[in-house]
Design a protein around this ligand. Structure first.
Ligand SMILES: [Zn+2]
Length: 349
């Protein structure tokens, strides 16, 4: 439902040409793009995490579109410089990838390298340490492989049907929301471990299969086009953690990357990055710890005012559900996200 509304909103903006009229007002000075997986499309009918992946072909199309718009492709350090010095002679775009997936190296890197485009990868250190629990992928596996799911939800035993494709999507949505709504990562991971143990899903194998190892990260990090950024240790919803844990996740995430890769990461992405996962306290801690920039997943383009909120920057999601070139024009015009944000430029609360 929400997907359909967003899609029709993007279509309406595109076909009405409204985004072109709005562009001078909402277009801002640049944008930070957020991507996750880049890999060829899979054929299975049940892919509830599909929004997190685009195809290599679509990445090429996005780059071609941006080149046609004559924007500068810049590093995060350059984003910071332009925002600090208020240097907005040219529009700019930065590519960022969250979580350190192996397909970034296999599929996205060769394309970006060929075009000489710099990019950043934000890595939660538990993923290359092979201790990462990619619970959203584990949940997809539980629902995909079972026709019904028994579990204890909010203290009650229940059974969720997940036989048909429609039931699987509904079951995933229900469980996803229930898990993300939990008071802490601890509660959420306990509930996921119950499910993966009961249904024989190997969470360690998922991390192994999907995420880059330290060796792979070292190889890609050696390229001057690549910035490795921090993304905590355990990919936690920081806003739900106590002060001590939030600080240590940010500090340790940076220290482990530095020890493993020999370079201090100066940029940060808050895991999940929405208002339930990162808020004013996290923005303040990141600034205090000296991160040069920190990005959320709050949707939006960059405005000159973001020079004063460098640890609370919005991003534009290149979402696998909307792989149409024309949507890119709308998103980069800022019109789509301006409507989403009620025409407010800064959303840092
Ligand atoms: Zn992440």
């Amino acid at each position: 439902m929400k997907r359909a509304i967003i899609r029709s909103g993007l279509e309406a903006l595109y076909f009405s040409g409204a985004h072109r009229l709005m562009e001078p007002f909402v277009g801002g000075v640049g944008a930070i793009l957020v991507l996750h997986h880049v890999r060829p499309a899979r054929s299975d009918g049940f892919q509830p995490n599909r929004l997190l992946e685009i195809t290599p072909t679509f990445l090429e199309a996005v780059i071609a579109r941006l080149k046609a718009k004559d924007v500068d492709f810049v590093t995060l350090d350059e984003v910071r410089r332009r925002l600090q010095e208020q240097d907005f002679r040219r529009r700019f775009v930065t590519f960022t990838f969250d979580d350190g997936y192996r397909d970034n190296k296999e599929w996205a890197y060769p394309i970006l390298k060929r075009h000489g485009i710099p990019f950043a990868i934000y890595v939660p250190t538990s993923f290359p340490d092979r201790l990462g629990e990619l619970w959203w992928a584990a949940l997809e596996a539980v629902v995909a492989r079972n026709a019904s799911i028994a579990l204890t939800m909010n203290g009650r035993d229940c059974r969720i049907e997940s036989g048909t494709r429609g039931e699987k999507f509904a079951a995933f949505e229900l469980l996803y929301r229930w898990l993300r709504g939990m008071p802490s990562d601890h509660d959420m991971l306990d509930a996921v471990r119950d499910l993966t143990t009961r249904y024989g899903v190997d969470v360690g194998a998922i991390c192994d299969e999907l995420c880059m190892s330290w060796e792979e990260l070292s190889e890609i990090a050696a390229d001057p086009l690549v910035t490795i950024g921090a993304h905590t240790v355990n990919h936690v919803m920081l806003a739900k953690a106590c002060d001590t844990v939030a600080r240590s996740e940010l500090r340790m995430g940076r220290a482990v990357l530095e020890a493993a890769l020999g370079r201090t990461p100066h940029h940060l992405a808050y895991p999940y990055g929405d208002a339930t996962a990162a808020g004013p306290r996290e923005f303040a801690i990141a600034a205090e710890l000296g991160f040069r920039t920190a990005v959320t997943t709050r949707p939006g383009v960059l405005f000159p005012e973001h020079g004063t909120t460098l640890t609370a920057l919005p991003r534009i999601s290149i979402n696998g559900e909307f792989q149409r070139e024309r949507y890119i024009d709308v998103l980069l015009s800022g019109a789509g996200t301006a409507l989403w944000n009620g025409l407010r430029r800064l959303r840092v609360a």
